[in-house]
Design a protein around this ligand. Structure first.
Ligand code: PGA
Length: 251
């Protein structure tokens, strides 16, 4: 399976900085084209998406555009929301859904995650569904239970056509933005469980499962070399060229 590196720029960059970073990625991708078997998905903020998309346009064979969230409907009276159909129209191919920052600060529930996944698929986007336990849940030994619930509820009623896919990112909440990455073997165990569940729930054994949470140039190889890890979702270390280029050198 082709490995995937998802760059989640969160709300870190002003539009000009996002555009400049995208230009650097494009220059790298055009040089590296023959060397890399990795697909890169850049997820800028909505407001920087147009410029970022243009700056990445000549690198699209390797670098795809993604969004960080979308609405649960394609159209309607939803003030302030962003339609997955419009994201697709703008050139996005992926959308992150159910990131823990949204679950935690904006109250996104498993039910809403499920609706958004369906809306994203209907619009022709590939959802990157985030799951993962909090520090407290881990302390109580509930990792499997929590991830199982998030998967079963989030994917409830989801039916994939043969040409559709979803990506799952295992992102322990305690590892995100903390510098305290989950050891690769431990992440890999949870990822194996996720893969098994995807076979049960969606009857698919070809879906990518990523790891996310404090991935940087120092630890990326640990994940990259695990068989059950199909790639990584990177936040902080993807939003500045010195850090991102160091990561790209390792893959
Ligand atoms: P981080 O973020 O790499 O900054 O820990 C990962 C994420 O939020 O997905």
């Amino acid at each position: 399976m082709q490995k995937l590196l998802v760059a989640n720029w969160k709300m870190y960059l002003v539009p000009r900085a996002a555009e400049e970073l995208a230009e650097k990625i494009t220059a790298w991708a055009n040089e590296a084209k023959t060397k890399t078997a990795t697909e890169i998905v850049v997820c800028p903020s909505f407001i920087t998406m147009a410029e970022t998309g243009v700056a990445l346009s000549t690198a699209r064979q390797i670098v795809k555009l993604g969004a960080q969230n979308c609405a649960s409907e394609a159209r309607g009276a939803l003030t302030g929301e962003i339609s997955p159909a419009d994201l697709r129209e703008m050139g996005a191919e992926y959308v992150i859904i159910g990131h823990s920052e949204r679950r935690r600060y904006l109250g996104e529930t498993d039910e809403l995650v499920s609706k958004k996944i369906k809306a994203a698929l209907a619009a022709g986007l590939t959802p990157i569904m985030c799951v993962g336990e909090t520090a407290e849940e881990k302390r109580q030994g509930q990792t499997e239970k929590v991830v199982d619930r998030q998967l079963r509820m989030g994917l409830n009623g989801v039916e994939l056509l043969a040409e559709q896919k979803i990506v799952v990112a295992y992102e322990p909440v305690w590892a995100i933005g903390t510098g305290n990455a989950c050891p690769a073997e431990e992440a890999s165990r949870t990822q194996q469980m996720i893969k098994k569940e995807l076979v049960e729930i969606l009857e698919r054994d070809d879906l990518a499962v990523l790891y996310g949470g404090s991935v940087d140039a120092k630890n990326i190889r640990d994940y990259w070399t695990q068989a059950a890890v199909d790639g990584v979702l990177v936040g902080g270390a993807s939003a500045a060229w010195e850090k991102l280029s160091a990561l790209l050198e390792k893959i």
